[in-house]
Design a protein around this ligand. Structure first.
Ligand code: MN
Length: 506
């Protein structure tokens, strides 16, 4: 990769690119990484160049993002400090670069439950604090995944798992389906090597056959639609990503013959009435499998997804899945992935809440829904921004500061559990959030390895260690003033009451 290629790619998305700034960032990165090599043996500079190039390729061609992409590893990995970056490139670029250094510290530790993974994702977004930081981090990870083979096996597994469980879901939330699929597929190999191999073996032949069948079917359908005077905007084949395919196979006893959408055909037509017309024409020429005709236009999926789906006996009687939609539905389908994510994690929980009596509703849970909704809006905003990338994008970027976690902080235990706490939370809140006993027996607290007072305000991303004394059962009454959360306060009160009772009995 060369800087010329990066500039060319960025310019194709943003004709007003400040080439001088990009070149200056390149020269600075070159000087800073001079002599450094990647584990793969390449000069280090290739990595920021690849990162910046991918950013441009996925549509992020603005000056700040590309420059920050080129500089993203300078403060962490070279003798040049963040201050020096700021002096040379200004506050904004330095701010974004510092965010990348911060989120780079988030690591998966040990095997975690789903709940903790979700908190890790939130911590990632909260600490990134700017959408551009998130996107650069995703591009950075994408390139790191392509050279993961050069790392030691233990690191390979950890990084790949992080990619699968933190990065890909975030890309998904941003509606970046392609990036998500590619991150998942690269991670799949390292996280589940045997399953990866099996899926490949199981599908390789079938996939080739399907692709061939789909290509000839597209030609035939094109002819049919022309003859029937339907103006298709686009007809294309869509191959299923390998990791997604594996998940689907798992639901079908690993029987590849049950997967009809290994390669599906997508037909994009101008209006809704054309969708139904096209479906009718397709059925006139190819017999459908009756159970697999799905009208998601009149009956959209819970996440809002709309399209007509049908599986037909195509040319040569091969089973083919065909998806028919308008350009707008096609756009929404991308966004719908994000909505789907929220639904699949919180649908049950939303449902139970809606059924419950209002008085009964738990405030914390309500807040959670509110933040999910806020998040959804944020994704919507991002979506519209992506659509208007070619206009003056600077304004949009400025409005994309991540603020839906503004009043929450995320802190870890030394073991890697992530706790979601309100802003201003103290070690007392942290200890009681782990367990009542941990709170009651607390004698000291450390933040990032340094002792802190009990009224210390925990900062985002900090590792907090609670030191306890065995057998200590009573909190200090003063702690009530230091606790920020209702949970900690009520636990302290309960424990104090209990200890008084015991005292009387004695
Ligand atoms: Mn990097």
């Amino acid at each position: 990769m060369t800087i010329k290629e990066v500039i060319k790619a960025a310019k194709s998305k943003n004709p007003k690119l400040n080439e001088e700034l990009i070149y200056k960032a390149f020269l600075f990165a070159k000087k800073a990484h001079q002599g450094q090599k990647r584990m793969s043996g390449e000069p280090y500079l290739q990595h920021p160049l690849e990162t910046a190039h991918l950013l441009a390729k996925i549509g992020l061609g603005d000056d700040t993002t590309i420059a920050a992409g080129l500089l993203h590893d300078v403060p962490e990995d070279t003798k040049y400090s963040l201050k020096q970056v700021e002096k040379k490139f200004g506050k904004e670029i330095a701010f974004i670069v510092s965010g990348i250094t911060k989120v780079g510290k988030i690591k998966l530790r040990g095997k975690k439950e789903e709940y903790d993974l979700e908190n890790l994702r939130r911590m990632f977004l909260a600490m990134a604090s700017d959408i551009r930081t998130v996107l650069i981090k995703l591009a950075d990870r994408h390139h790191n995944m392509t050279t993961l083979y050069a790392k030691e096996p233990e690191k390979q597994y950890r990084i790949a798992r992080e990619t699968l469980e933190i990065m890909a879901p975030i890309a998904n939330r941003l509606g970046m389906g392609e990036l998500k699929g590619s991150l998942e597929d690269m991670a799949f190999k390292y996280v589940f090597p045997k399953k990866y191999k099996k899926t490949l073996e199981l599908t390789r032949e079938k996939y080739k056959q399907r692709k061939k069948a789909v290509n000839s079917a597209i030609k035939e359908i094109n002819g049919i639609l022309k003859k029937e005077k339907i103006k298709a905007i686009d007809i294309h084949g869509r191959a299923k990503h390998l990791y997604r395919l594996y998940l689907k196979l798992k639901r079908h006893d690993m029987n590849i013959d049950k997967i009809y959408d290994l390669v599906a055909i997508r037909i994009i037509v101008p209006q809704i009435r054309h969708c139904y017309e096209t479906l009718g024409i397709i059925h006139k020429y190819y017999k459908p499998l009756i159970k697999r005709i799905k009208d998601y236009i009149s009956l959209p999926k819970p996440n809002g997804y709309r399209s007509l789906h049908t599986t037909v006996f195509g040319p040569g009687r091969t089973l083919l899945e065909i998806q028919i939609r308008t350009p707008q539905m096609h756009e929404e389908a991308e966004f719908g992935i994000a909505a789907h994510w929220i639904y699949s994690t919180d649908k049950k929980f939303l449902d139970t809440l809606l059924k419950r009596d209002k008085k009964d509703q738990n405030l914390e849970k309500f807040k959670k829904i509110k933040s999910l909704k806020k998040e959804l809006n944020w994704v919507k905003q991002l979506r519209s921004w992506q659509n208007s990338m070619n206009t003056d994008s600077q304004e949009f970027f400025e409005s994309l500061k991540i603020d839906f976690f503004k009043d929450r902080i995320f802190a870890c235990t030394p073991g890697g559990d992530v706790l979601d706490l309100p802003e201003g939370a103290t070690p007392i809140d942290f200890a009681y959030a782990i367990h009542t006993e941990v709170g009651n027996s607390m004698i000291q607290a450390k933040a990032e390895g340094e002792p802190v007072s009990f009224d210390y305000n925990i900062q985002n991303g900090e590792v907090i260690e609670i030191i306890t004394q065995k057998g200590k059962k009573t909190p200090n009454e003063k702690w009530l003033d230091f606790a920020k959360t209702g949970v900690a306060k009520s636990k302290i009160r309960q424990s104090l009451k209990k200890s008084k009772k015991i005292n009387i009995t004695y």
